[in-house]
Design a protein around this ligand. Structure first.
Ligand SMILES: [Zn+2]
Length: 228
């Protein structure tokens, strides 16, 4: 319903839907269907600084009628994406930290506040949370087969939980980045699975300084398995 969409536009900009105003807008968007008007209204609400006059709304309709060509594939020109992209758990069942919180897209498109009301996440925090999850996975993988955590899943249920996650983030901070993580993943292969199950942070505290000090091995296969 075009009528409804125009009302929505007016409401969004704090205007009353007087009959003559409605008529003017409807007249200008007459040659566009309800879907196109809806997209134009959406665009105006998300992007325009002030209420677009009828002629401008028609322009938005015309743009919307063209094949969809968002400049940014990542955020579809919304200016932000939601952490986890709809997936609360990663492919190994690890809960994603700050799931569904908005993060600004690097394309720099102006972002409206997200509708879910969740707080913004900074890129550096996100990077560390991601690294923390990868680090925990390395330790958890090694712990599989131990007495305490016979499989990866059990380990995850013990160590990747709210109470422990901040500690993983702290360890990730010390680790720094993916290059050191690759080295860490090589070093941990020689560790006792029982230590990784019972005192994983102690294992981290021992291996992280070594991971950072040694050169990256040339084994890019491992790099791919960690990053991908
Ligand atoms: Zn973007």
């Amino acid at each position: 319903m075009k009528h409804f969409e125009i009302e929505r536009l007016l409401r969004a900009f704090g205007r009353k839907a007087h009959e003559h105003t409605m008529d003017a807008y409807l007249e200008f968007v007459r040659e566009y269907d309800a879907g196109q008007v809806r997209k134009a209204v959406e665009h105006a609400i998300n992007k325009a600084e002030k209420m677009p006059p009828p002629a401008e709304l028609r322009k938005f309709c015309a743009i919307g009628a063209l094949p969809d060509k968002a400049k940014c594939d990542h955020c579809k020109d919304n200016g932000f994406v939601l952490v986890g992209a709809g997936e609360e758990y990663d492919q190994h069942g690890f809960r994603v930290i700050a799931f569904d919180h908005p993060i600004l897209c690097k394309c720099g498109a102006a972002a409206p506040p997200p509708e879910n009301g969740k707080s913004w996440v900074q890129h550096e925090a996100m990077r560390l949370w991601h690294l923390a999850r990868l680090l925990a996975k390395e330790v958890g993988r090694r712990a599989a087969g131990s007495e305490l955590t016979p499989d990866f899943r059990t380990w995850r249920q013990v160590w990747w939980i709210d109470k422990e996650i901040p500690e993983w983030v702290e360890e990730a901070k010390k680790l720094g980045g993916l290059v050191a993580l690759v080295r860490f993943s090589e070093l941990i292969a020689k560790e006792d699975p029982n230590d990784c199950a019972e005192t994983p942070f102690r294992v981290c505290q021992r291996l992280i300084p070594i991971s950072k000090s040694e050169n990256l091995s040339k084994n890019m296969g491992i790099f791919k398995s960690v990053v991908g």
